[in-house]
Write a protein that binds this ligand. Structure first.
Ligand code: TPP
Ligand code: MG
Length: 660
């Protein structure tokens, strides 16, 4: 064993136990157990430069076991990143410190991904590894040539998403993905023997991975395993046998070290055990110096890369993609003009495909895909060839039936940079990937979810497939723009908005069934940009405002026709995106949804939340039960989504509104 490595690793152990002790909160066990393996990785293998955390050709490191966040904060500080500072580490888990309980990509530049929900860091790393190979195929070895490293815990490898992610990685033969598994046989409840008896290494071999075991507390053995991983063309799992809380003499090897401060007595005992004689948060110069010089060792690589970039004829295009700007002058204005000139009756999923044909031709950094519903989601346009293990330059990924794995991978691609990922499934299965949608939103990354079959309008597949509460649930998620466009024009507008939004994800809820084009007049702005707008104003004196989304907008127009025929004026408002409407100024919102008028929402989904627009005296027409299996028209009839059924309800409501 190399004594030097152990000395360096003990600096991680000390920082982890002292920071958790100071906060009286956190997870010392994992950083203490993995300190040696992490030291080998970060001082000898990882290609990075602390002076430039955003260097695009750096290796990516994802701490999938995010509860061990102190491991990452210690590594960043020790190798010489400007942040976190020691002051910030002292503030671990406190307000205003970027050293949050779990690593957050938006608090520290060098944190590649927000982790903590077990399994998802692993899934995102797969996306990063896909992004690396894709961009390598497009821009060549001179610009793109790096690895993706992961530290994962028992929990990461128990969560179901690791199965989806590992299966995809094995299939795509992502040889630059290397996962170090903290194989400590301990989880919160105690020994892993309480809950699992599978052979993880054999499972990974079955996925088509290279899998190797090592003693995670022996730096030489870790080196041997890492060398073997690098040499192998398959993705690698490196099972590092460790002892949780290593160095805390009375608690190591037990779940007691997983998620609580060791206590003053045990911290003192660990100091003696590790022969670490320095005060908390004090790093002796020789040790810090050794860390810092290891951190700076790859600076020359970055400088050489800069030189290659400056000489590369693809320089500007590469930088544009990596920085996330769209091609100059990108717009779908001509596409929309074409629709206005020749209106289309089409399902919005089909309209999305039409928009994508223009998008994919103009934005070369889109990478599309679907979780085995390509023909239903209409996500593959003609020009996209598949991304395969033989040809990573392809721009279409057949994700297989792996919704969660797909969404996590898309997060990884977006975090990696240089790619705008979009992927499809049925809206109902947003529930299968919701945790990753949440991480798209939390991490502020541009991912576009193409979710088709967005209501009972999908018909015969019935209640298991008919979304009811999904829209309400997705709209409740912060920083997610949920769009439900009414027709081909709105679909194009929503796509344009989703692509322009660098700071977060968007989700398009699209119909299976055809809808008429309700937007037939040219506009001088992207009307969906307001979130909600007056599609048609009342002719007679306005008594009601009908607010509808998606496939119910044309129904609302027909309802308004009936009301107008009786001398009752009704505006029709199309409201494709709540969150965009909510940030319009009060004057605009009050103009669209005026006081004192009967406000009615019409949407084939849960009514929950619509009261925010219609008020307590309004009417919410929706579906607050599970659907039914039958042809779409019959199901809409059954649930009262026809003008004949809705108009009388509004007339009745108007009477009550007047007398109320
Ligand atoms: C999806 C998810 N479920 C539950 C948790 C809560 N949790 C945090 S760590 C952990 C398991 C701890 O075991 P392991 O992954 O082996 O980490 P170790 O104790 O070895 O550090 C659990 C259940 C979580 N963070 N994410
Ligand atoms: Mg464990």
């Amino acid at each position: 064993m190399s004594a030097d490595t152990r000395l360096l690793a003990n600096a991680i152990r000390a920082l982890a136990m002292d920071a958790v002790q100071a906060a009286d909160s956190g997870h010392p066990g994992m950083p203490m157990g993995m300190a040696d393996a992490a030291t080998v990785l970060w001082t000898e293998y990882l290609k990075h430069d602390p002076a430039d955390p955003a260097w695009p050709d750096r290796d990516r490191f994802v701490l999938s076991a995010g509860h061990g966040s102190m491991l990452l904060y210690a590594l960043l500080h020790l190798t010489g990143y400007a942040r976190p500072t020691m002051e910030e580490i002292r503030g671990f888990r406190q307000l205003n410190s970027p050293c949050a309980g779990h690593p957050e990509n938006f608090l520290l530049e060098a944190v590649e991904a927000t982790t903590g929900p077990l399994g998802q860091g692993f899934g995102m790393a797969v996306g990063m590894a896909i992004a690396e190979r894709h961009l390598n195929a497009v821009f060549g070895d001179g610009l793109v040539d790096h690895r993706t490293w992961v530290i994962a815990s028992d929990g990461d490898l128990m969560e179901g998403v690791n199965h989806e992610a590992a299966g995809l990685a094995g299939h795509l033969r992502l040889g630059r993905l290397n996962v170090l598994w903290d194989d400590n046989s301990i989880t919160i409840d105690g020994s892993t023997a309480l809950s699992t008896s599978e052979d993880v290494v054999a499972r990974y071999r079955a996925y088509g991975w290279h899998a190797v075991r090592c003693d995670g507390l022996d730096p030489d053995d870790v080196r041997r395993a890492l060398d073997a991983a690098i040499a192998d063309p398959r993705p690698s799992l490196i099972a590092c046998r460790t002892i949780i809380g290593f160095g805390a003499p009375n608690k190591q090897g037990t779940a007691a070290t997983h998620g609580a401060a060791l206590g003053a007595e045990e911290v003192a005992a660990a100091r003696a055990e590790l022969v670490w004689e320095h005060a908390p948060f004090e790093l002796p110069e020789p040790i810090l110096g050794a860390w810092r010089s290891a951190g700076a060792a790859r600076r020359a690589d970055r400088e050489a890369w800069r030189g290659r970039l400056e000489a590369n004829r693809q320089r500007d295009e590469y930088l544009r993609r990596v920085e996330g700007g769209l091609p100059d002058g990108f717009s779908l204005g001509d596409h929309v003009a074409g629709l206005i000139a020749a209106p289309q009756k089409a399902a919005t999923r089909k309209a999305s495909e039409l928009a994508l044909a223009a998008i994919n031709a103009r934005i070369p950094e889109t990478v599309g895909g679907s979780a085995d519903l390509t023909g239903s989601n209409n996500t593959r346009t003609k020009s996209l060839k598949p991304l395969t293990r033989e040809d990573y330059s392809g721009r279409y990924i057949f994700y297989g039936i792996r919704e969660f794995g797909m969404a996590a991978a898309m997060n990884g691609m977006a975090l990696h940079g240089g790619i705008i990922p979009y992927g499809g499934t049925f809206l109902i299965f947003s529930d299968y990937c919701r945790p990753a949608i949440r991480l798209s939103a939390l991490q502020q990354v541009r991912v576009v979810y193409v979710m088709t079959h967005d209501s009972i309008g999908l018909g015969e597949d019935g209640p298991t497939h008919q979304p009811i509460e999904q829209l309400a649930g997705l709209r409740a998620m912060p920083n997610l723009d949920v769009y439900r466009p009414a027709d081909a024009v709105e679909t194009a507008e929503c796509w344009e908005l989703a692509l322009a939004r660098k700071e977060g994800p968007s989700l398009l809820a699209l119909t299976r069934q055809s809808v008429p084009q309700v937007r037939t007049e040219a506009a001088d702005e992207n009307r969906c940009g307001r979130g909600g707008y007056r599609l048609r104003a009342a002719s007679a004196r306005r008594r009601a405002v009908l607010i509808a989304t998606g496939s119910e907008v044309h129904v609302a127009l027909a309802v308004a026709d009936r009301l107008e025929a009786q001398g009752i004026g009704a505006d029709v408002v199309s409201m494709p995106c709540w969150s965009r409407f909510d940030v319009q100024d009060a004057a605009y919102r009050n103009d669209i949804l005026p006081e004192g008028v009967f406000l009615v929402s019409i949407e084939a989904g849960a009514t929950l939340g619509w009261e925010r627009y219609t008020g307590r005296r309004g009417l919410n027409i929706g579906i607050d039960r599970f659907g039914a299996s039958a042809p779409a028209e019959d199901v809409f009839g059954r649930f009262g989504f026809t003008a004949e059924a809705i108009a009388p309800r509004i007339l009745e409501g108007l009477d009550q509104h007047r007398s109320g």
